[in-house]
Design a protein around this ligand. Structure first.
Ligand code: PMP
Length: 442
């Protein structure tokens, strides 16, 4: 039964049992309407209410300021790897286009529109060629993938890997080197021209590396609003697990399937001034002519289109949205005014228990990432120095106790205990007991 199994999978991941039970009912006969949530129109009043409630609960949990738009999308975290490029590079181009247009008109007051457009185009083409940069902080497998997707779309010449954390750690992820070693594109205030955005993954699911706080260097904003650093964060695997100052970000995104719900819903929180009418999207014809790979991109990943249509541009999976909304509503119900800080305390408590047990037996267990960047969500460790037979023995013993999903990602091996919000304290205690018992037999 559900009560007997302790599941530590990295995603999809456990959901609170009351939510799963209510979801079963909602899938069959929602609120006694005679229809299930997989069957109703995404434009029905019922669906609209589910959407409004989910937004309101997320907004309350994370204290999302009014100048942010909450978007429910599809295509997962991976879809957002493309979406951030597709949406933020045009913001950079449009800002540059406006500046170029103002300069050209000033220098050529009598020029005709076609002539102005041509001069603007020529300047833009040069600026794209020489100055377009997308900064990536690569601290694990997922930010690496995101940087690779950016390079695939727009071309690697535009992608500045400002940090590759493997370089300082023998070719492996597991640390976040000091900020003063990062090679971010300098902002105007720093004597440069700035990048289109700076991207990082807040919690690296495969490597167990989590930023402990918002990087200080990213707070340094340019003097000119157009030269600020637009910060993008992937929070797929630590969403609503701690307090976040949303106002520091341009875009926060994450798939729902770890801390929030089932697969099929992706959340993007986007600063409104990056969307029309404040920042109009450059005309498709201009993007075509500039010939930057991947632009303009698919309309279903276009933030402006999704925002304008209240996340209902095309069919949104309402059942999946309901599950996410229910998880968030229940968290609000439990933590009330504490909001996500309540969840944060529990996440800390549970992860401290697991790390505590691992640290207690250094001859048996070794936590993979550096102590300073340990993830509260994905706890990666090796058993007996990574000895294959011993690690198999560890897994087999865990399975006997119905402690499941502890195998590390296939790309790195070892063990990984994922400690998402819905993993109960009792299950963590069972794991800790097993860690103790296994260690005592070694
Ligand atoms: N980012 C992170 C941090 C992830 O953990 C994952 C999935 N494990 C992804 C992105 C990709 O998400 P999806 O499978 O939803 O595309």
């Amino acid at each position: 039964s559900r009560q007997e199994v302790s599941y530590f999978g990295a995603g999809p991941a456990p959901l609170p049992t009351p939510v799963v039970e209510a979801a079963g009912q909602a899938f069959v006969n929602f609120n006694d309407s005679g229809l299930g949530l997989g069957e109703i129109s995404h434009r029905s009043p019922t669906a609209n209410k589910i959407l409004d409630d989910a937004k309101a609960n997320l907004s309350a949990l994370l204290d999302i300021p009014d100048n942010y738009e909450i978007l429910f999308m599809q295509a997962g975290g991976s879809g957002e790897f493309s979406a951030v490029v597709q949406n933020l590079v045009p913001v950079w181009i449009e800002r540059r286009r406006r500046r170029a247009e103002a300069d050209v008109v000033k220098a050529n007051p009598d020029a005709e529109k076609a002539q102005v457009d041509e001069l603007v185009f020529q300047r833009l083409q040069k600026e794209v060629d020489e100055e377009l940069k997308l900064d990536y902080l690569v601290t694990g497998s997922w930010s690496l993938k995101a940087s690779q997707e950016a390079a695939r779309l727009v071309g690697s010449k535009y992608v500045n890997v400002a940090l590759d954390a493997r370089k300082a750690n023998g070719g492996k992820f597991g640390t976040i080197p000091a900020e003063d070693t990062w090679s971010l594109t300098p902002t105007k205030a720093e004597g440069g021209k700035g990048s289109a955005f700076v991207y990082f993954c807040d919690n690296e699911t495969v490597d167990g590396v989590e930023f402990q706080s918002f990087p200080k260097v990213l707070e340094a904003q340019g003097q000119d609003a157009e030269d600020e650093r637009l910060v993008v964060a992937d929070m797929s695997s630590n969403f609503i697990s701690r307090k976040v100052d949303v106002s520091k970000y341009a875009v926060i995104f994450g798939g729902a399937q770890k801390n929030i719900g089932v697969t099929g819903i992706t959340i993007a929180i986007v600063r409104k001034d990056l969307l029309p009418p404040q920042t109009a999207t450059p005309p498709a014809a201009l993007l075509h002519r500039l010939n930057i790979g991947g632009l303009p991109g698919p309309v279903v990943l276009d933030y402006a289109t999704i925002a304008k249509n209240n996340s209902l541009y095309n069919t949104l999976p309402i059942f999946n949205l309901w599950v996410a909304g229910k998880v968030m509503a229940d968290l609000m119900g439990v933590f009330g005014a504490q909001k996500v800080s309540g969840q944060e305390q529990i996440a800390d408590q549970k992860s401290n228990l697991i790390y505590g047990a691992l640290d207690k037996y250094p001859q048996v267990y070794r936590v993979v990432p550096d102590k300073s960047v340990r993830s509260r969500m994905n706890i990666c460790f090796r058993v007996c120095g990574g000895d294959d037979a011993k690690e198999k023995e560890f897994i087999a013993g865990a399975e006997k106790r119905l402690l499941q999903g502890l195998k590390g990602h296939r790309s790195v091996g070892g063990m990984r205990a994922s400690n998402y919000n819905a993993v109960p304290l009792e299950n963590v205690q069972k794991l800790v007991q097993y860690l103790e018992d296994f260690a005592s037999t070694q």
